[in-house]
Design a protein around this ligand. Structure first.
Ligand SMILES: C[S@@+](CC[C@H](N)C(=O)[O-])C[C@H]1O[C@@H](n2cnc3c(N)ncnc32)[C@H](O)[C@@H]1O
Length: 188
């Protein structure tokens, strides 16, 4: 199992918006969902993606997308614009849930079972870090993680880096999935 937690500073917590970008950068949430859960013609059953939405009008909201039960999806932006609108309006979609959970409560709960890895350019090189089983990765959005949020997550884990270049959050997830896939192959 692998899990990704995106801290979205401004992601809207209602469905009153026209497009993902103007909805407090829900386009980043969409990109991270695709990078986390989609292979070519398949969904990663062993992966869960979380976004904590901290935008108006009712933050925080915890959006959870589970590969095991996710159904009736494609990877295009129109499909996910409709799905996110539907979920944020209080309706259902298989594999996706919305709850009133804060980042702190989610991380604290997850840390009882697995180690937390906070993605940051200045962290320990990923090739030198000891990434355990069932890792949980925390990422910031286009602005990065607020200092207080980062400090909270670091109570339960460590900072890891993919190098000095600032990548998009979705790119980081793609790289992590690739590295974990390679590790799984070499362990077989
Ligand atoms: C677009 S970046 C945010 C850039 C922002 N200017 C900052 O300083 O955090 C989004 C997130 O991707 C992750 N990230 C980007 N590049 C990274 C790297 N080279 N190593 C580790 N994490 C990275 C971090 O979690 C970051 O918060």
């Amino acid at each position: 199992m692998r899990e990704f937690i995106l801290y979205s500073r401004l992601g809207r917590t209602d469905a009153k918006w026209k497009n993902l970008h103007d909805a407090g950068r829900l386009d980043i949430v969409y990109e991270c969902i695709i990078a986390s859960l989609f292979l070519s013609h398949a969904i990663r059953k062993d992966t869960v993606f979380h976004a904590i939405l901290n935008g108006p009008p009712q933050p925080p909201l915890h959006l959870k997308v589970e590969g095991l039960t996710l159904r009736d999806v494609r990877t295009d932006v129109n499909t996910w614009t409709q799905i996110l609108k539907k979920i944020l309006s209080g309706n259902h979609h298989p594999g996706i849930t919305l709850s009133k959970t804060s980042f702190e409560a989610l991380v604290k709960n997850k840390a009882t079972r697995s180690k937390i890895y906070v993605l940051e350019e200045g962290g320990k090189d990923i090739f030198e870090a000891d990434i355990g089983e069932n890792p949980i990765f925390v990422l910031g959005d286009h602005v990065g993680l607020p200092k207080k949020v980062e400090a909270f997550a670091l109570r339960f884990g460590e900072k890891v880096s993919l190098g000095k270049k600032p990548y998009m959050a979705a790119t980081c997830i793609t790289v992590l999935n690739y590295l974990l896939d390679r590790r799984e192959i070499s362990q077989k």
